[in-house]
Design a protein. Structure first.
Length: 309
């Protein structure tokens, strides 16, 4: 019996991939070598590597990259707390399914709704956070989303550190939000799945040999979770480099003074605010190169650490 060709079944997906993914990628790559500007459509011409040369000297681009990296500082904290919660929920205790559902709830809730809620929480005058700080501890809370300060004392106008910029500001507020949103999400579920594959007999044997809970976790559980941790770290770093657009657009519009403008939001501004599609395409490909290089680095040296090489 002659088998039917699978091509008709694959064709709709291949057409969708070609039209909505492959073609835009090719157009973007070609546009990155032009001066394509929607305000001057008739003046479009090839300029070689001109956009990339301009990007090297673009202070705002480097500031956006610095903002992106700063907003990724919460990733290790989020991963560590996710692991801690997974270990707690892995125990056989009453109501564990309800706890899992509650912790995972932010991941299935509308992101815009959560951001608008946190924007109100960060209100420096009427927000619950500053009100509680004032009433319970008699502390005048920070300006949060309205402040250009940061715990790293980053300068606003150029890449560098200025002592007077030390404090809690918009960058830190978005970092706190990111940690809160990430601790009970997919990372926790991945660790829960990984914990089910850790042999219980190994842990029981360690207890019999006199090992405490911390020693058993460090010597047995943690090494068994290395592949899961490697996957979480790689995906979190990729997501961090690509992210920041939604929070910047909804909560701060990239401010104050560009302190929350990430690379993704910078690309949006160049493409759809200034209409410089050629330059925005060049920034996009530079971001792709950064993500690709960081992923290769993680894959090379992360695999050595996890024993997966």
């Amino acid at each position: 019996m002659k088998r039917a060709s699978p091509l008709p079944y694959l064709l709709p997906n291949l057409i969708g991939f070609g039209v909505f993914t492959l073609v835009p990628i090719v157009v973007s790559l070609g546009a990155s070598f032009t001066n394509w500007n929607l305000q001057r459509p008739g003046a479009t011409a090839a300029i070689g590597a001109g956009n990339f040369g301009e990007l090297v000297g673009d202070e705002k681009f480097w500031l956006s990259l610095l903002n992106t990296l700063y907003l990724m500082l919460g990733i290790p904290v989020s991963i560590a707390v996710s692991l801690w919660l997974a270990v707690l929920l892995h125990r056989r205790m009453r109501g564990v399914d309800a706890y899992k559902a509650i912790l995972f709830l932010p991941s299935v809730t509308s992101g815009v709704a959560i951001m608008l809620l946190w924007k109100q929480l960060y209100n420096p005058e009427l927000g619950p956070i500053n009100v509680l700080l004032e009433r319970l501890f008699h502390i005048h809370g920070p300006q949060w989303l309205q402040s250009t300060q940061s715990l790293a004392a980053l300068n606003v106008e150029h890449v560098g550190v200025t002592p007077k910029q030390f404090g809690i500001g918009a960058r830190d507020a978005l970092n706190f939000l990111g940690v809160w949103a990430g601790i009970g999400g997919s990372n926790m579920l991945l660790y829960l799945a990984g914990l089910t594959n850790v042999p219980e007999e190994l842990i029981e044997a360690a207890y019999v040999d006199g090992a405490g809970k911390w020693a058993a976790f460090r010597r047995i559980t943690w090494p068994q979770l290395a592949p899961t941790t490697f996957f979480i770290v790689v995906m979190s770093v990729i997501g961090g480099l690509q992210g920041g657009f939604e929070t910047a657009r909804v909560m701060t519009t990239g401010g104050p003074s560009g302190t929350t403008t990430t690379v993704a939001y910078y690309i949006f501004n160049k493409a759809f605010e200034e209409y410089r599609l050629g330059y925005a395409s060049a920034v996009t490909w530079v971001l792709f190169a950064v993500i690709f290089a960081v992923t290769l680095f993680n894959w090379r040296y992360g695999n050595q650490e996890t024993g997966m090489a």
